[in-house]
Design a binder for this molecule. Structure first.
Ligand code: DGL
Length: 217
């Protein structure tokens, strides 16, 4: 029997993560849940988000998922500890790659693109405090990006202005801290070419998932 995993995101960010998982683990059965009814999560309260995701995660566990990939930075940074304590299966989270970005910067400046709720989370503050002391962390306003990507209304000039803005402030590492932004990774790369590297977590997440599944088999 194939191993079965759950993947959750509020919307299409999860599909980008699933594409990366399928490339490396083609035989794993994947149940994907999103929450279009309450999308976007990034501007909602933690209590609201918890109320939405708890039944979905319980459902994935009762459908027999052996692991859940939380393909949503907003949920991971605000709720993963609580959900881990309440669920009996392993949860693999996705959170902004502050640590590798801070380690790689040569200019001493990084930019984190993420939802307002992720940027306001205790976990994200902890990541900066722990790994990015002395590094300038630029957090531009990307509050409508997930909505625009979900609804295929990407405004190239808006993205260009933000990416050019953080590059002009010296950022040489750009962290994609929302899985929706994986769909515009190439556009961001094109705008930032020669000035900044892009960091997004698909490779490390798939590696963590492989390890978790190997331990279960
Ligand atoms: N894809 C989600 C994330 O990684 C957020 C999208 C939303 O605002 O719902 O944070």
């Amino acid at each position: 029997m194939p191993q079965k995993i759950g993947v959750f995101d509020s919307g299409v960010g999860g599909l980008a993560v699933i594409a990366a998982i399928k490339k490396e683990l083609p035989n794993v059965e994947i149940i994907f849940k999103s929450d279009k009814a309450h999308f976007p999560y990034g501007t909602r309260s933690i209590d609201n988000i918890y109320g939405f995701v708890k039944p979905i995660f319980d459902g994935l566990a009762s459908e027999g998922c052996q692991v859940i990939v939380v393909a949503c930075n907003t949920v991971t940074t605000n709720l993963i500890e609580r959900l881990r304590a309440e669920l009996k299966i392993p949860l693999i989270g996705i959170e902004p790659m502050v640590k590798p970005a801070a380690a790689a910067t040569k200019t001493g400046a990084i930019a984190v693109f993420a939802t307002p709720r992720t940027l306001a989370s205790t976990r994200y503050s902890w990541l900066k405090e722990q790994y990015a002391k002395g590094v300038k962390v630029i957090e531009p306003d990307c509050s409508d990006w997930a909505y625009l990507i979900e609804n295929r209304q990407i405004d190239r000039s808006k993205i260009e202005a933000i990416v050019n803005g953080v590059c002009a402030q010296g950022a040489d590492q750009l962290v994609l801290g929302c899985t929706h932004y994986h769909w515009i990774e190439e556009l961001i790369r094109e705008i930032a070419v020669g000035r900044a590297e892009i960091l997004q977590p698909e490779v490390p997440v798939v590696d963590t998932l492989k390890t978790a599944l190997a331990q279960l088999s």
